[in-house]
Design a protein around this ligand. Structure first.
Ligand code: OGA
Ligand code: NI
Length: 352
């Protein structure tokens, strides 16, 4: 790309210190919890022990990794390979699938976060394909009608692999949702009702090597807007999390075959700030391209996002106003999760 285009340059206070050692590898911190889910495979296992661990991680970090999560590893390999193959298509082929003003699904290489361009290209699709699920007939509901998945012709099995992976990662997301409910002292299925006609998205991220990693970011600092995110990252590293206690940027260590879970804004609102939607960002480097596959677990359109009544009390009054997810999701200006007092919770992901 030659000299770094101005659009990518971060303001000095947001430029990364890239945690590089002499060998060029990132230094990783072990502080972010890793949780072993293997005992969930035993149907007689009491889930409260794992749920407690999950709850602590959601509270302190809003981020954790899971191992022995049950997502088939061969499927993960296939989806990673197909994503790499997809990004290897010519720019012209990818641009044919380019998202536009009305349809946010497909290919995109001009993502901006907080008005600075991200050093990456992406591909997005809805899990519940709006071309299969009939759109609502009301003529005023234009935003919904125009959403449709776009699929490339190559790789030939791209769509099939994507959808198979999406089904598996969705199953894991429901398991995590159950653990989170239990961790809050609520019935395990309390939250799952909000996801019957979910608006979830699977994304492929490709971060090419960058000539000036000290000036740009793969993704600028942001919070994820949905309930939670399940992220598969490769072995390169670059994801950093703002620590809840002091805002320090902590790198997330790549653990082979682990998946990263992070809490999104909906969950922070439901739990009335008990659980934390952490700011995170991605640093890039000069030599290695990086791939990641986030699954954004989003509730149904009709879901109202507000603090759960079961968690409120005189000592814990609601800190957020009610907000309808569907309206929020299709609105161009996504900053609707309003604190009743203090500042707005900033949401700039999926700004459509
Ligand atoms: C995102 C994101 C992190 C990563 O796509 O929202 O935060 O490691 N990605 O790619
Ligand atoms: Ni994110």
């Amino acid at each position: 790309m030659g000299r770094l285009d101005e659009a990518f340059i971060q303001a000095p206070e947001h430029r990364p210190i890239t945690h590089l050692t002499n060998s060029g590898d990132f230094i990783f911190s072990d502080e972010i919890p890793t949780i072993d889910l293997s005992s969930l495979q035993d149907p007689n296992y009491d889930k409260t022990t794992i749920a407690t661990e999950v709850g602590k991680a959601c509270e302190r970090w809003g981020f954790f990794q899971v191992i022995n999560h049950g997502l088939p590893l061969d499927l993960r390999r296939r989806v990673e390979n197909t994503a790499a193959e997809f990004f290897n298509l010519t720019a012209e082929e990818k641009r044919r699938l380019r998202r536009d003003e009305v349809n946010p699904m497909g290919y995109h290489d001009e993502e901006h976060t907080k008005n600075v361009r991200d050093w990456k290209e992406i591909f997005d699709f809805f899990l519940q394909d709006p071309t299969i699920v009939p759109a609502t007939p009301e003529p005023e509901d234009t935003d919904k009608r125009e959403l449709t998945n776009q699929w490339p012709q190559h790789p030939a099995d791209f769509r099939e692999i994507c959808q198979e992976y999406a089904r598996e990662v969705e199953k894991l997301a429901f398991k995590i949702l159950e653990l989170i409910s239990i961790s809050l002292g609520l019935p395990g299925d309390l939250l799952s009702g909000y996801f019957q006609e979910q608006t979830s998205i699977l994304r492929f991220n490709h971060y090419p090597p960058c000539p000036n990693p000290e000036l740009a970011l793969g993704v600028g600092r942001h919070k994820d807007g949905g309930a939670l995110t399940v992220l598969a990252q490769d072995s390169v590293g670059g994801l950093q999390v703002g620590r809840r206690s002091d805002g320090e940027w902590i790198p997330v260590k790549p653990i082979p075959d682990a998946l990263i879970i992070n809490i999104g804004n909906c969950m922070q609102v439901w739990t009335n700030d008990k659980y934390w939607s952490a700011e995170h960002r991605v640093v890039v480097n000069t030599s290695k391209e990086r791939f990641s596959v986030p699954f954004f677990f989003f509730p149904s359109h009709e879901t109202n996002i507000e603090p759960l009544e079961e968690l409120l009390s005189e000592e814990n009054p609601p800190c957020y106003k009610k907000c309808n997810w569907g309206k929020f999701f299709v609105s161009r200006n996504r900053s609707d999760f309003k604190k009743l007092e203090v500042e707005d919770i900033q949401i700039d992901h999926f700004k459509a």
